[in-house]
Every structure is written in structure tokens, then in C-alpha cells.
Design a protein. Structure first.
Length: 498
């Protein structure tokens, strides 16, 4: 019974230790979840700030570019009005018209001259047109479109190279009409792409960021900065799908995240149409740039959480093992305190505690209870002749045989030197005699094997006592059993009395 109690207590200590470890892990998971949600929220805030920055930059550039295009449009309109006036007057004074155009061109620092063609596409007048010069631009898309009256108002061309030095430029043009309404030519300005790139460069682009100006077909007009490999990107029209989707909906602005096809960099990009004109701006910030600080902070935080979890788990495991070892040590101490060192049965103290409990249970429920006091006959002579080591071996083998002869519920303990006590719950005197006789015969029929000594045969004298109504404590019943044992000894030993 004490062994079973020890096992139950050990299981209880182990369960509490495991629950403590589970609680520590649950707290770690909770902390990790809270920190994780905080990091996700912080990332969302960082992304929103980055998106707002790109929107602000796109808005600022849109106003700047709109002002440039508007200035060109106003100058072209003014020149066309003057050209119309002179056509209506019946003749054109070339010198005066060129001076007028030059004065207007001075208002456009981003453009390279203002020129006017005739109906055939030959440049006749302009701020920088030399006398007698005849330059044909009839093959240029803006001229063809205006001459065919496919478009009215301001026309903005795709980027095209100049015939002289092969630089990229964008042509802005307006058509002119004769008094009878027929096509009379066009006025146009050329804006170098490098000038537009310088305008884009006014925005401080973060590392791996990109600003792009695109035309009506989303082809690139200008980009800042150029890709690291230095390839000429003007005219390329491959764009990320989110931008294509925005463009198809007719949206004037929007923000999206996508990989830029040009350089395969993941960016957060704001898109904006230049108000009133077929020009589109994109301002993008690389995810690796705007999330760098967050990732560093997240890495440090994750490392701290991992370190905290590792330390907490280690401490919990150490505490768990310490509690388990302490519990085992306590149980071992308790076992040693209740176990006879030689026979490994209950000692006298443990037997008394257990016997009192059985006695109380038997009295409470009106059950029978019997007691056997067993004394090895002439045990002292074994110690005297063969030594205490042999005596201890004899006790161990005797205890094993008696234990096997009893039931699992029966209690057996060492009472004194060669004396043992067995408590038999729910056993009347007749049944107790049967058990005692079986034990006596088993002991008498068994030879004990001792190291370095001839086989030894033992006999045992047994006294029996059964619980009586007058028994108030264990002492009274064991006194009767002890008296019966003395009767067995006086009667010649190796017998059962009681």
C-alpha cells in the first residue's frame, strides 16, 4: 500500500510539473501572437506611410508636368492665333512672325524652339529657323494626325529621335487652319526627354525607387533613374498588370504593389494622370527600402521573443526536472522510512500505520480481520553460526516466500529481528489458520540457498489473532497474536497456534 501511495504521489507531482510547462508554453505562444499582430500592424503602418509618400510625390510631379505642358499649350495657342491673324490679313511677314514666335519661345525653358509648318509639312517659321531653311516634318505622327484632322487641340507625340543628333524628344503640336477652314499647317515645340527626366529628378528618389512618365499607350517617355545596366528604356510599354487594370478602368490615380517588369524589383507604386493630358506618372518605392527598418526591428523582436521563449522553456524544463527529482527524492525518502532495509518489506512503523487503517476500516464496515505473527525458529543461531550476511540472506528469501503465499491485499512487514507480522483483511479465524498453515508448510518444505554455505532449511512458528469487538487499537489484537506465538514456541515450534 505505501508503494502504491508513493506511485500516486509521484504521478501527481509529474502531472503538476507538466501542467506548469504547458502553461509556460501557452504564455509564450500568447506573447508571440500579440507581438506578431503588433508587427503586422506596424508593417501596415509603414506601408501606408510609404504609399502616402509616393502619392504626395506623384501629386507634386503631376503639378510640375501639367504646368510645363500647359505652358507649351498656351504658347502654341498664342502662336496659332497670330498665324491665323496674318493668314487672314492676306500675307505673312516672316521676319515679324519669327520675332513673335521667338518671344513666345523664351517662355518655355524646357522646350527647344517653337516652329510653324505649312500645309505640306515644311517648317517655314520659328524661333530658330534659318532663312531659306526647308525642313520637312510631314512624316511625323503629329503632323499626319492634324493634317488628316483626326485630332483637334493639343497633340502629344510618342518619344522620337531627332534627325540631327538622335536625341529623344517629345513633340507637342496644334493645327492651323486657313480662313476657309482648310489645313494650313501646324505649330509645334520639341521637349527633350532629358529635360523631362531632370524634372522627374527633382523628387528625391529613395534607394531602388523609380519615377516614370508614360504616354497615352503607357510607353515610357522618361524614367528616373535609368536602370543600372544603362539600357535605353524610352518607348518600352511593358507594365505590371495592376497598372494595366487601373488604366483600363479610366482611373486618374491609384496605388498598387507589383514587380516592375523593367528591373524585376518589388515596389509600392502610386499612379497618377497628368490632369487634362494623355500623360501618366508612376512613383514607386522598393519594398526592400521602405521595409528595411521594419524588417530589422522585426528581426530583433523575433530574436528577442525566440530568446525569451528558449530561456523560459529551459527554465520551465529545469523546474520540471527539479520538481520531478525532488518528488522522486521525497518519495524515495518516504519509501526508505517505511521499508525494512534487509527484507524490503514494510518496517514496523509503516506496518503499524497501515494496520491501524485496516483495523479502522474493518470496524467501520463490520468486516473480519486477522493477524499473523511469524517468527523464524532459532533465527539467532543462523547469525551466530553463519554470520549476519547469511542471516540477512535468509530473511530476504523467507520474506519473498511468505509474500508469495499471501494475497495482494494482505499486509506483510518485519516486526523485529526474525519476527514478521501479516495483516489479513476480511479474513476470519478459520481462513487465517488455513493461510498460516500454508505458509508454515511452504517454509518448512523450502531449502534456502546461501552463498558459501550448505542449503538451509527453516521452520516458522505462527500466532493468530482475529479482530474482536473489544479491540480498540491494534496493540490489543497484536498482543493476542503474540501470545499465541508464544504458545506455538512453547509447544515445540514449527506450528500454528491461535
Amino acid at each position: 500500500m505505501p508503494t502504491r501511495l508513493c506511485s500516486l504521489r509521484q504521478a501527481g507531482h509529474s502531472a503538476r510539473s507538466w501542467w506548469m510547462l504547458a502553461a509556460v508554453i501557452a504564455i509564450e505562444l500568447l506573447v508571440a501572437a500579440v507581438v506578431g499582430m503588433t508587427l503586422v500592424d506596424e508593417r501596415a503602418q509603414v506601408e501606408e506611410r510609404a504609399a502616402q509618400a509616393t502619392r504626395n510625390d506623384a501629386l507634386a510631379l503631376e503639378r510640375e508636368l501639367a504646368a510645363i505642358v500647359r505652358s507649351c499649350d498656351i504658347v502654341l495657342g498664342t502662336v496659332i492665333d497670330e498665324y491665323h491673324r496674318e493668314l487672314a490679313s492676306g500675307g505673312i511677314e516672316a521676319v515679324r512672325l519669327n520675332q513673335f514666335i521667338a518671344a513666345q519661345a523664351a517662355r518655355l525653358p524646357e522646350a527647344e524652339g517653337v516652329r510653324v509648318t505649312d500645309a505640306a509639312g515644311t517648317i517655314r517659321y520659328g524661333s530658330d529657323v534659318a532663312a531659306g531653311a526647308r525642313v520637312d516634318v510631314s512624316d511625323r505622327p503629329p503632323f499626319r494626325s492634324l493634317a488628316a484632322q483626326e485630332q483637334d487641340g493639343l497633340v502629344i507625340s510618342r518619344p522620337q529621335r531627332t534627325r540631327t543628333d538622335q536625341r529623344w524628344q517629345v513633340m507637342l503640336a496644334r493645327g492651323a487652319k486657313n480662313p476657309d477652314g482648310s489645313f494650313a499647317g501646324m505649330a509645334f515645340v520639341s521637349v527633350p526627354v532629358e529635360n523631362l527626366t531632370q524634372t522627374l529628378a527633382q523628387i528625391a528618389v529613395p534607394e531602388a525607387g523609380a519615377i516614370t512618365l508614360r504616354g497615352a499607350d503607357l510607353g515610357i517617355i522618361a524614367r528616373y533613374p535609368d536602370p543600372d545596366d544603362g539600357d535605353d528604356v524610352v518607348g518600352q510599354s511593358v507594365v505590371a498588370k495592376p497598372l494595366t487594370d487601373l488604366f483600363k478602368t479610366g482611373a486618374d490615380a491609384g496605388t498598387f504593389r507589383a514587380t516592375t517588369p523593367l528591373d524585376r524589383i518589388e515596389r509600392l507604386t502610386s499612379f497618377r494622370k497628368v490632369a487634362g493630358y494623355p500623360l501618366y506618372l508612376t512613383v514607386g518605392r522598393a519594398e526592400g527600402e521602405y521595409l528595411r527598418s521594419w524588417k530589422k526591428s522585426a528581426t530583433i523582436t523575433a530574436g528577442a521573443i525566440a530568446l525569451f521563449a528558449a530561456m523560459a522553456t529551459t527554465l520551465a524544463l529545469v523546474a520540471h526536472r527539479t520538481r520531478r527529482h525532488l518528488a522522486q527524492a521525497k518519495l524515495e525518502i518516504r519509501r526508505l522510512a517505511h521499508t525494512d532495509f534487509v527484507s524490503e518489506l514494510m518496517n514496523r512503523r509503516a506496518l503499524l500505520e497501515s494496520a491501524e487503517l485496516e483495523l479502522a476500516r474493518a470496524r467501520r464496515y463490520g468486516k473480519a480481520l486477522s493477524l499473523l505473527v511469524l517468527d523464524i525458529d532459532h533465527f539467532k543461531s543462523i547469525n551466530d553460526t553463519l554470520g549476519h550476511y547469511a542471516g540477512d540472506k535468509a530473511l530476504q528469501q523467507f520474506a519473498t516466500r511468505v509474500r508469495h503465499a499471501l494475497r495482494e491485499v494482505d499486509l506483510l512487514g518485519r516486526w523485529s529481528a526474525g519476527e514478521f507480522v501479516a495483516v489479513l483483511p476480511e479474513t476470519d479465524v478459520a481462513r487465517a489458520r488455513e493461510v498460516a498453515e500454508r505458509v508454515r508448510q511452504m517454509v518448512a518444505a523450502t531449502e534456502l540457498t546461501l552463498d558459501g554455505a550448505p542449503r538451509l532449511k527453516l521452520t516458522v512458528s505462527i500466532g493468530i489473532a482475529t479482530l474482536a469487538a473489544s479491540d480498540e487499537a491494534f496493540d490489543t489484537i497484536i498482543a493476542r497474536a503474540d501470545a499465541a506465538l508464544q504458545d506455538a514456541k512453547n509447544a515445540g515450534r514449527n506450528r500454528v497456534c491461535g
